[in-house]
Design a protein. Structure first.
Length: 347
């Protein structure tokens, strides 16, 4: 009996010490080392979490986990749906209830205050928690603990990044949250500021005449795109109803599903247009397969409703934008100057 009591005491002591290690980042002389995050010229201040500072070791671990099916019981990884070659997106996902959702890219998310098409998540660390659920990874807790503990690299990498000496001292929730912290650190480093347009704006790079003309349509009242998709993020990080629908059934209710406010019906978080050439199909439900279709929607397909954004219904727009064929072509050419090939090339 006494031995059991002593054993229990020792186990508890170890558990407490290791719990301390999780919260305390001061566990090694050499690590973790702060990550040197550079805000690109002209960009706003990024959003970081005070409980999850960026470290080189955390980012490296996150990068490895991101494309490792070790997290799942069905062979999926984050990179199955978020592919680097498509700016960390892929066409779409069908939900268990049959809704089609265009998979958003990961690009400059560190500058976003909220995530997902309707802004359902406001803390990035919480977002990947849902991926362990049956409809995504269908992760089995015991298998995950076993695989990580017996892996040749992960025990060392988790120790260096988070001071974890034994996975089994964590609850399943704590393990998942630690994994999410690493994944999110990696996602916060996915910064794109080297598109053709950036080089034109900041480094004297050239645009073709067509791209230049498209830029005029985009940034002037002709196309009126810049109000919501302004430089440098190409998103105002706000919610708008851009006139896709005049009935709001199911996921088309958008922000209203989160706030339940009638004034939020059909409102969606403005998506960035950076790397838009790589992320078809377009809109939350992927209804358009080409940028030409998107431009034609803004030109002649906008549907009026009570919550439509006033920008879409400004005087003179009663019959659409009435862009010429050349203006439409040039607008598409301009949108393609937002592609950043250095961002997607393997590092
Ligand atoms: C089966 C496909 C699938 C997998 C696997 C997947 N995601 Fe996603 N992801 C989506 C979809 C769909 C959305 C958009 C959901 C919405 O807006 O309602 C999304 C949204 C996101 C967003 C928000 C992007 C934004 O612009 O707001 C982040 C961040 C993200 N996923 C990270 C991850 C991470 C990390 C993993 C791995 C743990 C992962 N995803 C695995 C399909 C997937
Ligand atoms: C009133 C704000 C607003 C204006 C003005 C606006 N947009 Fe949008 N844009 C949005 C919102 C919100 C979405 C997402 C809508 C959805 O999916 O339901 C969007 C989506 C898009 C998409 C698809 C993005 C993706 O990842 O699927 C493209 C491309 C686009 N807009 C281009 C333009 C162009 C070009 C113009 C000008 C002709 C323009 N937008 C004007 C708010 C706006």
């Amino acid at each position: 009996m006494r031995y059991i009591a002593i054993l229990l005491f020792v186990v508890l002591m170890i558990k407490c010490r290791q719990k301390d290690n999780i919260a305390n980042t001061d566990y090694g002389v050499d690590y973790p080392t702060p990550y040197n995050f550079q805000v690109p010229q002209g960009f706003p201040q990024p959003y970081f979490s005070s409980d999850n500072p960026l470290t080189n070791e955390g980012v490296d671990l996150g990068k490895r986990l991101y494309s490792d099916a070790i997290l799942s019981s069905n062979g999926l990884s984050c990179s199955s749906c978020h592919r680097r070659s498509k700016s960390f997106s892929s066409p779409y996902y069908i939900t268990p209830t049959g809704d089609k959702i265009s998979i958003p890219p990961h690009i400059n998310l560190v500058f976003n205050p909220d995530y997902n098409w309707n802004g359902s998540i406001t803390k990035l660390e919480l977002l990947p928690m849902g991926d362990f659920e049956p409809q995504f990874f269908n992760t089995n807790a015991d298998t995950l603990f076993y695989r990580l503990s017996h892996h040749p690299l992960y025990p060392q990498l988790f120790f260096k990044a988070f001071g974890i000496t034994n996975f089994y001292t964590l609850s399943y929730e704590e393990l998942k949250m630690t994994i999410c912290k690493a994944l999110v650190q990696y996602i916060r480093t996915m910064v794109s500021a080297n598109s053709k347009l950036d080089r034109y704006q900041l480094k004297g790079g050239a645009l073709t005449q067509e791209e230049h003309d498209g830029m005029y349509v985009f940034f002037s009242e002709r196309g009126d795109c810049f109000h919501c998709h302004g430089y440098p993020l190409f998103s105002d990080n706000l919610y708008h109803n851009n006139g896709l629908n005049n009935q709001f059934i199911g996921q088309d209710a958008g922000r209203n599903l989160i706030t339940h406010a009638a004034s939020d019906l059909g409102m969606f978080s403005t998506p960035t247009l950076r790397n838009i050439e790589l992320t078809a199909p377009y809109m939350h439900d992927g209804r358009y397969t080409t940028l030409e279709e998107v431009v034609e929607f803004y030109n002649s397909g906008v549907k009026f409703s009570r919550t439509i954004d006033p920008i879409m219904t400004k005087p003179g727009k009663e019959s659409g934008l009435q862009l010429t064929a050349y203006e439409k072509l040039s607008l598409v050419a301009f949108l393609k100057t937002l592609t950043d090939t250095s961002f997607i090339s393997a590092k």
